[in-house]
Structure formats: C-alpha cells, structure tokens
Design a protein around this ligand. Structure first.
Ligand code: HEM
Length: 529
C-alpha cells in the first residue's frame, strides 16, 4: 500500500512531481509502510528500502567542530582593486588572486561562534569566526579569521586548555564563568582580548554587521622572493553593529538562530552583504622600535604607523542549497596558502596550521578535500589517493596510468619547475627552546583600548565584567582586578567596585541565587544581567 490517499486532505494530489528513488536508483513504490507479516507485523528482514533508509538516518550526523561548531555560510566572490593602497600589488606579492583590477575569484565564507555547540544561541558573548575560502586560479586560499583583531593567547600550546576552560564544566556539563576566569587570571596576555570581549564588541549584532581579521601575521612574497609581514582586515560595507547584553538577552529569549537567519534572508532578498579587504604591511623584521613583537597576536598594529590599505572587496550573493554538504563539511585551514604568500614565524599560526587539517581528517574523513566545497576549481593531480570514500574524477595520470609515485622515468606527474619562482628563504640562527616571546607587554594595549572606548562602552564593559566576576572565587577576582589595574588604574578600580556592588546585590537576593546558575552563559551573563 502506498501513500494515504485520503481525498479529504486539502491539495494532497495536486502536485506533479518526479518519482522518488532509492540510492540505488530504484523507484520507491511505498515510502510509508514496512513490509510485514500481516499489516500488524512482525517485520521481515528483506525490507531493503527500510533498512537503507533507517541505517542512513542513523549515520546522518558527523562530529561537530571541536570549536566554532555553530555557524552559517554563503558563497560569493572577491574582486581585486589591483593595487595596495596607491601602489601596484606586485610590489609586495605575486599572488594572482590580487593582481589586475576588477578580477573576480569565487569564494565561500563561514561565520561562526567559538565555544557553543552546533545549535547553541547566536547571541553568545564570544568571538565570531570569519573563515574565507577563495577558489583561486592557483588553487585554494583560506583566510581563517575572527571578527576581533586580536586573540587571547600567544602560544598554540595553550589552546586546548583555553578551550577546555571556556566550554562547560566536564563534570556537570554546565557553563561556569569561574573556569574561564580561572584560566584567564593565570594568562595575563588575555587582558587585551577580555577587554574587547566584555565590551559591546563581544556580541556582534549579526554576521553581516561585523568586521573580520586574519588575526595572525602572514607573509606576502613578490617575484624577487622578497617578503613583507601582512595582516588582513575585512570591513563591512553594511556598517558595524553590536549588541548590549540586555539586547542580546531579549533576542535569545525568542530566537537561537537570529544571525544565520539574517544572513540567509538578506541574500534571498538580493541584499548582498559586502566587505572591503584591507591589509597592513610591515617590513619582515624583528622591529626593535616597537614595544611588542609584531608576531604577537594579542596586539593590534597601530594604524598610524601601519595604515589600512584597501586591496579588494567581497560580495556574498548565493546561499547554500545543502547546509550539511556545503557548510557543515566545509574545511578551512591556515595552511592553505597560494604562491605569493607564506607563513610568518607566529607560533600561534604554526600551531593552528597543523590543527585544522588534522581535525578535518577526523571530522569529515581522510578524503575531505575531494568534496566539491573543499576541492579547488583548478585541476588536482596528486598521488595522494585511496583511503575511504576516494571518489576522485581520475584524470590520465601523466603519460602512464600505472605510475602513482614521483619521481619516475616511466610517466606520472612531475614536480613544477622550482627555477620559475624565486623562493623566499628566511634565515635562522638560534637555539631550539621552549620559552615565551620577548616584549610580551601584557597590559599596554589593553589600557589603550580601555581608554579608547566611548563612555557608554566603558560602562558596559565594567558592568559585564562585574556581573561575571561576582560569582567567581575571591582569588580569581583579585587576580583579574590586578590585571585590569596594570592596564589602567581606573579600569581596575571600577571593576573592583563593580564586583563588590554586584556581590552585595546577590547577597540581598540570596534566596534566588541558586536559580541563576542555570541561566548563565560561560561568560556569566544570562539571568544575572
Ligand atoms: C576552527 C584550532 C586559533 C579561527 C578551528 C578548529 C580547530 C581550531 C581544530 C575546527 C576546524 C574544523 O573542524 O574544521 C585552533 C587552534 C588555535 C586556533 C589550535 C590556536 C593555536 C584560532 C584563531 C582564530 C581562529 C587565533 C582567528 C584568527 C577559527 C575559525 C574556525 C576555527 C574561524 C572555524 C572555521 C570554519 O568556519 O570551519 N580552530 N584555532 N582559530 N578557528 Fe581556530
């Protein structure tokens, strides 16, 4: 028996549609009823269509990203200006993706929050991911950035601990701000990032209204093999909008997906979001004149010394048609650079570069780069084949399909000619060691950022920090106040007073206090705000 053909269901018979098939291409004649002994059951084992359907359903989810699990994505293009500010781009980089004016390169962007799980609210106080994959004529280029221009830590070794502290308590599975501030209070380099995160900049209103930044320092390499240090920044043409905690709470009460919805609906109605790409450039050097290391990702490069130079613009004009295939399985990584770009010695960048493709081999599978969303639009000629789900569109392997290794005199692929490109060859003369960087300058820019805020932003920062720290252990409160005081005396004093005031309030509402914990986000806002 097929579908219930009750003629009383309005419009049930109206649509003329294509026939449903199994994944083997067979027409499905009954998608409603199991094959059973009599119509009450039991079921028989040869229910091939049912077993295929249910067993595929049982495997529908892949592991979510260990960070940045909650996200949204869209497709579009990057258009070059052909210049870096007023200068020809070729002076600094031979990357073709930037050369010529008005050239378009197709791309994918995925925006995300960091700590929450796949369906968590998009109103969290959290950095936002801003990952771009450009399908360039020289293969893929990924720029995996965040909305804020700096980061919490200076060394990749600390990342797993940091994320453990930011996520839910491993015993109770309840987010607890104390764990996060416990870690941060022993990581003074995070003071600058915390200052941004607890200000209104910590909750972007939507993905369309936020900036993006590569955060880490990369290199550009020109035809002569000369390198400069470079930082990337995306500036939204829609303007920047952030939410206060109260505004975020109000949205969160009604909608966990407001940012995904906003992006999707804007593109559907033809209101295509756009960002301009800027770079900051620095000579590839130690820069002893600066009071920080240029490779330290907790620092901003001062704009007056290193101006933002426009290089192109990005437009998002197409929504995914299959979220799982095109966005969930998308794999971005900091190792994905094209000719004309290189890694800087930034220790964070180097740690990240191992981590992304490593997790993707686990999360998506060894052949994740064969998926259409991850594959370059250029030809792939590789001997890295086989493994699960190898579905390459196999090309003629050079002259000889029997040769899947290199070098060979019998055929197969051969290396590109190294001589055609002058290599960038940085020189090293130092001992191997496990030591923090020099010029850590934990507090200087944190204080400058605090003083640069408008009054209402500072008030909001103090309020958010006081609320979160009021529920922390005294040791953690004292350490955090110490860090803020080092950044700026007024900052430290106001947080201290704010914590005391909030704790008094909490004491007064003593009976209600236990209930507050359930509503807290990891940064301690929720029902306390
Ligand atoms: C995602 C590691 C720092 C931005 C991820 C993922 C890992 C990871 C394992 C999941 C990737 C996936 O499942 O596809 C690390 C490590 C870091 C680090 C080890 C430090 C050592 C950063 C920094 C930024 C950043 C500083 C910002 C510049 C992102 C973004 C995503 C991501 C945007 C999501 C990419 C997407 O949309 O698929 N990171 N990360 N991460 N990370 Fe990092």
């Amino acid at each position: 028996m097929a579908e219930n053909k009750d003629k009383n269901i309005p419009h049930a018979q109206e649509v003329d549609r294509e026939t449903l098939t199994t994944r083997q291409g067979h027409p499905v004649t009954d998608n409603q009823n199991l094959r059973t002994i009599g119509n009450r059951g039991p079921a028989t084992l040869e229910n091939y269509h049912f077993i295929e359907k249910i067993s595929h359903f049982d495997r529908e989810e892949v592991p979510e990203r260990v960070v940045h699990a909650r996200g949204a994505g869209a497709f579009g293009y990057f258009e070059t200006y052909g210049k870096v500010g007023d200068e020809p781009v070729e002076k600094y980089t031979r990357a073709k993706v930037f050369s010529g004016a008005g050239k378009r390169t197709p791309l994918l962007v995925r925006f995300s929050t960091v700590a929450g799980s796949k369906q968590s609210p998009e109103t969290e106080r959290d950095p936002r991911g801003f990952a771009v994959k450009m399908y360039t004529e020289d293969g893929n280029w990924d720029l995996v950035g965040n909305n804020l221009k700096i980061f919490f830590i200076q060394d990749a070794m600390k990342f797993p601990d940091m994320i453990h502290a930011f996520k839910a308590d491993p015993a109770s599975n309840v987010p607890n701000p104390q764990r996060m501030f416990d870690f941060v209070s022993r990581s003074p380099e995070a003071t600058h990032m915390i200052t941004f995160l607890f200000s209104p900049w910590g909750i972007p209103a939507t993905y369309r209204h936020m900036q993006g930044s590569g955060v880490n320092t990369y290199k550009w390499v020109n035809e002569k093999g000369e390198a400069v240090l470079v930082k990337y920044h995306w500036e939204p043409k829609q303007g920047i909008r952030n939410l206060t905690q109260e505004e975020a709470n109000e949205i969160q009460a009604k909608n966990f997906s407001h940012a995904t919805q906003d992006l999707y609906e804007a593109i559907e109605r033809g209101d295509y979001p756009e960002w301009e790409l800027f770079v900051q450039i620095m000579e590839d050097d130690y820069h002893p004149e600066l009071d920080f290391d240029p490779l330290d990702d907790t620092k901003l490069w001062p704009e007056d010394k290193f101006p933002w130079l426009p290089v192109g613009r990005m437009v998002l004009d197409r929504n995914p048609v299959d979220y799982h295939a095109e966005i969930e399985q998308a794999a971005f990584g900091t190792g994905v650079l094209v000719d004309g770009m290189d890694f800087s010695d930034d220790k964070m960048l180097q740690g990240r570069t191992f981590s992304y493709s490593d997790t993707q081999r686990y999360r998506v599978g060894a052949n994740y780069l064969q998926l259409p969303v991850n594959a370059p639009k250029t030809d792939v000629r590789t001997n890295q084949h086989r493994g699960q789900m190898d579905f390459r569109d196999k090309k003629e392997n050079g002259e000889n399909p029997h040769i899947n290794y290199e070098p060979s005199m019998l055929g197969g692929y051969q290396e590109a000619n190294k001589e055609e490109r002058v290599q960038h060859r940085p020189h090293y003369n130092a001992q191997a060691m496990s030591e923090p960087i020099d010029r850590p300058n934990y507090y200087g820019q944190a204080g400058e950022t605090y003083r640069s805020f408008e009054d209402w932003e500072r008030d909001d920062l103090i309020n958010n920090l006081s609320n979160a720290l009021a529920v922390c252990d005294k040791k953690i409160q004292d350490a955090m106040v110490y860090h803020f005081t080092q950044a700026d005396e007024d900052y430290g004093r106001r947080v201290k007073e704010g914590i005391e005031k909030k704790m008094e309030e909490l004491q007064k509402m003593e009976n209600k206090v236990p209930g507050r914990e359930a509503g807290q986000s990891k940064f301690g806002q929720g029902s306390l705000a």
